[in-house]
Design a protein around this ligand. Structure first.
Ligand SMILES: [Zn+2]
Length: 85
């Protein structure tokens, strides 16, 4: 895909947002984006929330770091859920 040569619009920024966040834009395209972001607070805010969403999605897919449950406690829970089994 060709880099936008004119000053990018908000729509242009959103089109390339994935690549921008992934750091996969060509340096000159990235510089054009940075120029837009330096004058467009709404795109900066959108980018921040976009990154936050990605971070939250990654955190949600990370295996939970739960403390180890003692076997006696598991047995007690099983007994209370299904007594007599
Ligand atoms: Zn913008």
């Amino acid at each position: 895909m060709n880099a936008p040569t004119k000053f990018p619009t908000c729509h242009d920024v959103l089109t390339f947002l994935d690549d921008y966040v992934a750091g996969e834009l060509a340096p000159d395209t990235r510089a054009t984006f940075d120029r837009h972001l330096s004058v467009c607070p709404s795109c900066v805010a959108y980018l921040a929330s976009y990154r936050e969403t990605i971070a939250m999605a990654r955190a949600a897919h990370r295996p939970p770091t739960l403390p180890t449950v003692p076997p006696e406690l598991l047995a007690a829970i099983r007994t209370s859920i299904a007594p007599g089994k």
